[in-house]
Ligand binder design. Sequence first.
Ligand SMILES: CSC[C@H]1O[C@H](OP(=O)(O)O)[C@H](O)[C@@H]1O
Ligand SMILES: Nc1ncnc2[nH]cnc12
Length: 289
Amino acid sequence: MTEAVLGIIGGSGLYDLPGFEESEWVSIKSPWGMPSDDVRIGELNHRKVVFLPRHGRGHVFAPSDINYRANIDVMKRAGVTDLVSISACGSLKEAYAPGSFVLVDQFIDRTFARQKSFFGRGCVAHVSLAHPVSPALVDMVEQAAKLEALDYVRGGTYLAMEGPQFSSLAESELYRTWGCDVIGMTNMPEAKLAREAEICYSTVAMVTDYDCWHPDHGSVDIQDIIAVLKRNTEKAQRLVSRLASILPKDHVACPIGSDRALDFAIMTASDKRDPDLLARLDAVAGRVL
Ligand SMILES: CSC[C@H]1O[C@H](OP(=O)(O)O)[C@H](O)[C@@H]1O
Ligand SMILES: Nc1ncnc2[nH]cnc12
């Protein structure tokens, strides 16, 4: 049995989590460079919780500057088994109004200027990403959302764009024709890296705006986003606290194998592996190396 440890990556507007019984900010070193910030480790409703503000406290890092590999690596080093991303996003569907939450289950990755894998020359691996979120974890997030009476929908596709500028109208319309539900700048490559690190992942997308496609709403601007974020932050904090209270003490094995993603993923022959890369993979892939 593995103890369940809940990781929370807080996005725009979510730079801290209240309600810890006891906690401290801890600096965790990573061979992948500097994470966005220290992590706050403590107990929330009798569960170990590790919190990391994705953009750093004070919102220091733009989406393209975030060291996603270091962030996931420090979560792994802190023992996180189940990771929930809380993210601001634009809505690409009429039905998803600002203030609502979408429990995303698919992603389209249009980012292009980020490190997307822990693996590479000297240790090549290919994990499945057909189902990027872990359904047992989403079940618990959904249960928490219900208990907190939040306005949410389960299922939806998140378009990850590079940013930092928002989309043009033509791009926004294109993503709508692709059937995407929400748009943001951060959940890729985060979800890919969580899978490589065998951490169950789930995204709570907090809708802050209608991007720029909606004829009855002006194009997204940061003032509107901040106004909605202020209202959403308290809801997100309640959701996390409730989630901690219903999370079983032992990690629930992922029905789609997210927590065993590396079982058959590594291609490089043992005698051809690069020792330097293997050393950096100690936390992420130590189970199989
Ligand atoms: C503040 S608007 C744009 C910014 O907000 C989202 O960040 P996060 O996913 O960390 O909440 C979006 O992806 C952009 O980075
Ligand atoms: N419309 C939008 N596009 C990209 N990222 C966002 N984050 C919040 N709103 C967004």
